[in-house]
Design a protein around this ligand. Sequence first.
Ligand code: NAP
Length: 265
Amino acid sequence: MLGVNREVTMSYAVITGASSGLGREFARALAKRGFDLGITARRVERLMELKEELTAKYHVDVAVYPCDLTDSLAMEGLIDSPLFDRPLDLFVNNAGMGHRGLFSSLSAKDVHVLLALNVTSHARLLHHVFSGMMQRKEGKIINVASVAGFGPMPWLALYGASKSFVLSLSLALAQEGRSEGVTICALCPGPVDTEFFESAGVTEFHFKKTLIAPETVVKYTLDALDKGRRVAIPRALFRMQRLVHALIPEGLLTRVTAHILKKGL
Ligand SMILES: NC(=O)c1ccc[n+]([C@@H]2O[C@H](COP(=O)([O-])OP(=O)(O)OC[C@H]3O[C@@H](n4cnc5c(N)ncnc54)[C@H](OP(=O)(O)O)[C@@H]3O)[C@@H](O)[C@H]2O)c1
């Protein structure tokens, strides 16, 4: 645990996957709003750089706890760490990864790692935080899902399924928390300009025009959370996509999706 403890006076948020992309932008936006932060990811240098930036700019307390969330023992260590000692006002359950390619082309390790991060660690951390908030009868959570969670995603099958899990769980808990003072929002972005595609093995990217800046996604999501929305889909095009998924037969939609995703993204 690399951080400074001080009197608990400010709102406090924990963000997973804060070393890059959306997580880093959530950290910046929340520090600007005056939140003290707990940030985690594997790359400790990145986290320390972010801590330095945010403490200098916004004079907030930033605690750093490096953790590989695919390692269940390490994750339990994170839960027991001082990062989760303070009552949480906001939890951004963001860390995630993708794998492009036929499901049969993934190694057994690929399958294990993706599920350990996107599903197991997501649910375990959510369970810990949600239970505490339900007891205190207050708190807010952002679960980072994806438009890929709206329906079957051939060529991104496991990723899509993991994000359907995140979306479904988030919507169910939003209902359970509703009468108990706990607000939950599932963020479902389309393609965002982060390191995600590189790590997901996406070499050809045909949808550059649909790429959205992480800052825009974060602003949209925090506004949606403030309004008590259960789902934040930061672009009209993708809000329509959700409708299309509800209206068009699954078989047809899956064939069209396969046709698009086979070529790249
Ligand atoms: N970019 C998109 O187009 C897009 C669209 C929809 C949804 N999303 C979702 O948005 C979330 C954030 O992704 P991003 O776009 O910001 O991508 P990113 O820049 O690649 O960020 C992913 C974050 O997750 C962390 N992470 C990866 N593996 C980890 C592990 N084993 N243990 C702990 N942390 C780990 C990474 O940190 P370390 O590498 O330092 O561990 C990094 O901070 C993900 O859940 C993703 O599925 C992204």
